[in-house]
Design a protein around this ligand. Structure first.
Ligand code: FPP
Length: 248
């Protein structure tokens, strides 16, 4: 049997892949380990999938690393995740520079601990001129909060008289999202087997193809990633049109 990588058409890859990296906690608990060790193992998967996406020439990879709701988790888990994030950013800068990866982030950056903000800003600046994969980390991110923030920005412009409400278009709202300038995700992968969006990319994922796997994030391999991409390539994206219209 041929492997998923053999079946992959490298000329019609999604420009933007977004991933909900779920199942770290269950992966650890199934092994009698504390949840944080699941996240630690999840960081190894992050490295593998970033490498795979970069090697394939995918333009944007967005990873849901910490949601606005994740602040409600036990303090120990939150601080553990923050220190994993900090060490990931410190350790991976040289790999990002070597592989032409440009780091970006989306979310309420100011809510992150100062030392995380510092290393994040520093890596974003140092990789700003890279032209390969855009690695977009969703940190303290929530889709509703992002859309509310964009609406607030536009309302302020209207109140200041620099914008008329009739001039508000989808494109203008989009320019006020954290993701301004990025293409919408074509493929949204969720590991860990839950069938929901969990407040992730609510605006941007309107026409994303969804791929959900039971595999928990720490067990997700480059081969699983290639399989998701192959399945994406078998889908017909109609964007509201009929199948017949697409054949013309
Ligand atoms: C969801 O699993 C995962 C998270 C809330 C955090 C994801 C973070 C990482 C993979 C590591 C840090 C990220 C980077 C980019 C270095 P869960 O804990 O909700 O799992 P469960 O549903 O099994 O409890």
């Amino acid at each position: 049997m041929s492997s998923p990588s053999n079946q992959l058409d490298r000329h019609s890859l999604p420009a933007h892949v977004a991933i909900i990296m779920d199942g770290n906690g269950r992966w650890a608990q199934n092994r009698g380990m504390i949840r944080l060790l699941g996240h630690k193992s999840g960081v190894k998967t992050v490295k593998k999938i970033v490498t795979a996406a970069s090697e394939l020439g995918i333009k944007v990879l967005t990873l849901y690393a910490f949601s606005t709701e994740n602040w409600k988790r036990p303090e120990q888990e939150v601080s553990g995740l923050m220190s994993l994030l900090k060490s990931y950013l410190e350790n991976e800068l040289s790999t990002m520079l070597d592989n032409n990866i440009k780091l970006r982030c989306m979310g309420r950056k100011k809510q992150l601990p100062e030392e995380v903000q510092h290393v994040l800003n520093s890596s974003i600046n140092k990789t700003a001129n890279n032209t390969g994969l855009v690695l977009n980390l969703a940190l303290s991110y929530g889709g509703r909060s992002e859309i509310t923030r964009a609406a607030r920005n536009l309302a302020k412009m209207c109140a200041a008289g620099t914008l008329h409400p009739d001039e508000i278009t989808e494109d203008l709202l989009e320019e006020n999202l954290y993701s301004a300038g990025l293409p919408d995700p074509d493929l949204l992968i969720r590991t860990g087997g839950e069938y929901r969006l969990s407040n992730f990319l609510l605006w941007q994922a309107s026409y994303a193809e969804l791929y959900i796997t039971e595999t928990n994030w720490p067990d997700f391999t480059q081969e699983d990633f290639h399989r998701a991409l192959t399945i994406y390539q078998e889908r017909q994206r109609r964007f509201g049109k009929t199948g017949d219209q697409l054949k013309k």
